[in-house]
Design a protein around this ligand. Structure first.
Ligand SMILES: CC1=C(CCC(=O)O)c2cc3nc(cc4[nH]c(cc5[nH]c(cc1n2)c(C)c5CCC(=O)O)c(CCC(=O)O)c4C)C(CCC(=O)O)=C3C
Ligand SMILES: [Fe+2]
Length: 506
């Protein structure tokens, strides 16, 4: 129960709960990736981060080396703590009194630990928001699966969070008795790459980086902009939104078959449907033809139509666009905004960092280093000729803060590549705790709460595009397909053949 407002004379519990802009939620969970806190954490963290996902040992050792450079401490924890503080402050300023905590996929505090803390404090209906701005399996559905897994542990009292340290937790887990079983409902917000705050923060950062290069004496009209995001497997990109065939067959019909529909009322695992995810009242009051009350085959009477679960999600799922398309749409409005501020329109490219996985798997390219190398030779990686830039602004629009990918892949590796090529290089800031960005996160939380209160909500989008879903439709955010084990091995490190010193383990 939400505590009474300080100083108010014995308010009725209902009135204080209704006053909270996040009601009916009684807690917020900031879902993130997690990172090691010291040298001893690196290997177990890496095992968690790669568990069963076919990342080769060589890549594991390489990335462990990145963390070792910083004494085994990932910057993600400090950055998340800053974001948490800023978000708490913003929500408090809006009159919310709900607790806000961090729960991670791969390191402490794990999602189960965060949810146990919230439950112990009396929370029963939690609203989650990720530190991933774009929807794909990694940034969206996988977080919902993390929550689903944690809720199963808590529901069975098997989370082992005794509050008496790791050893006691482990002993409790072995004994099968964690905290007391507790049933929580956890909903998630939509992706937020398309919010005004994301646009404002990145516009400010890119303009500042341009101005810095110019102040360093670089000729303004030759500066090229590289927008960088996390590479994902090509199959994860293809499956991040409905495929052309799925769209053609009309999202609705396609989605009405199979057990996947259970996903529309849960966090991705049919086995926990009913106590996880969307509480029925959370979706009941939504307006419009896009809100069915049963599946197309009528077999799930009483539940919302699985394919039409969210405000702003079109019946044909046309708001569901792929990971690349999401970046491209943000790039368009971002370039408009930057051009308006700079009085010139820079040339821009979308490139990738942090490729992982086995060498025979195809991941999104070009890699930022290969891109810089091509630019210095007067072309793009596809061979098209371009003017050699006078300098590059590298803007990590795929990351909301200075994670390891940013401080290693961009501030260390790509910066070295640029230096070797004599290419002036400035890395633009990430959104971090930019006030407009934090305000947009609070807006997205408030928007989801309004949906849960049954209000008709029109999600704001600077790009005009979604996805707006808070529960992945079955044809969105699907995991990558594995390359067949017998696939012909591509030559290792093919993307770096011209750049041998890139893969030196630091
Ligand atoms: C799309 C995306 C984001 C952006 C959205 C989001 O923010 O979620 C992201 C963020 C992050 N990725 C991170 C770290 C790692 N990612 C890995 C591996 C992978 N990432 C993937 C995708 C993404 N990852 C994928 C498809 C893999 C392959 C294995 C798998 O399918 O899971 C590995 C394993 C080793 C390696 O191969 O690199 C590590 C250590 C950190 C923490 C950094 C820090 O410590 O500051 C953060 C924020
Ligand atoms: Fe999703």
């Amino acid at each position: 129960m939400t505590p009474a407002v300080d100083g108010a004379p014995t308010p009725r519990p209902d009135s204080s709960a209704a006053a909270d802009p996040l009601a009916p939620y009684d807690a917020v969970l900031l879902l993130s990736y997690g990172g090691p806190e010291g040298p001893d954490d690196v290997l177990p963290f890496m095992r968690n981060a790669t568990a069963g996902r076919g990342v080769p040992d060589s890549r594991l050792r390489e990335v462990s080396g990145h963390y070792s450079r910083w004494g085994g401490v990932s910057p993600i924890n400090a950055r998340n703590a800053e974001l948490l503080a800023a978000l708490r402050e913003e929500l408090a300023a809006r009159g919310s009194r709900v607790p806000v905590v961090i729960g991670n996929r791969n390191w402490h505090p794990f999602v189960s630990e965060a949810l146990r803390e919230l439950a112990d404090g009396g929370a029963r209906r939690v609203l989650a928001i990720t530190t991933a701005a774009y929807a794909s399996y990694s940034g969206c559905r996988q977080y919902r699966e993390d929550v689903s897994g944690a809720l199963e542990l808590l529901g069975a009292g098997e989370d082992g969070s005794t509050g008496r340290g790791r050893e006691a937790d482990a002993a409790a887990r072995v004994g099968g008795a964690g905290g007391a079983p507790v049933e929580l409902v956890v909903d998630k917000t939509r992706p937020f790459y398309n919010t005004p705050g994301m646009l404002a923060a990145n516009t400010d950062a890119i303009v500042a980086a341009f101005n810095q290069l110019v102040a360093d004496g670089v000729s303004a009209d030759g500066i090229r902009l590289a927008l960088v995001t996390h590479s994902i497997p090509e199959s994860m990109e293809r499956l991040s939104a409905p495929t052309a065939e799925e769209r053609e067959s009309g999202g609705v019909g396609e989605l009405s078959s199979g057990g996947e529909r259970a996903d529309s009322v849960g966090f991705g695992s049919p086995t926990v449907t009913g106590r996880v995810g969307e509480a029925p009242e959370g979706v009941a009051g939504l307006a419009g033809a896009a809100r069915g009350t049963s599946g197309a085959d009528g077999s799930r009477g009483g539940l919302p139509h699985p394919s039409l679960p969210e405000p702003g999600v079109a019946a044909d799922l046309s708001t569901e666009i792929s990971y690349i398309a999401q970046h491209e749409r943000l790039a368009e409005v971002l370039l408009e905004a930057v051009a308006a501020r700079l009085g010139r329109r820079p040339q821009v490219d979308l490139v990738y960092c942090s490729r992982s996985g086995p060498p025979q798997a195809r991941w999104l390219e070009p890699d930022v280093n290969d891109h810089l190398q091509a630019l210095a030779a007067g072309r793009l990686t596809d061979g098209r000729a371009v003017e050699v830039p006078t300098g590059v602004v590298v803007a990590p629009i795929g990351f909301v803060a200075d994670h390891m990918e940013v401080v290693f892949d961009l501030d260390t590796e790509a910066r070295e590549t640029a230096a070797r090529l004599d290419l002036p290089y400035v890395r633009a800031a990430t959104a971090g705790t930019h006030p407009a960005f934090v305000a947009s996160l609070a807006d997205v939380l408030a928007e989801r709460a309004a949906v849960a209160r049954g209000q008709d909500v029109r999600p704001e989008s600077t790009t005009g595009t979604g996805p707006f879903h808070t529960v992945c439709p079955p044809t969105c955010c699907r995991p990558a397909t594995r390359p067949p084990a017998h696939a012909p091995r591509r030559p290792p490190q093919i993307a770096t053949a011209n750049n041998p010193d890139r893969r030196r383990t630091p």
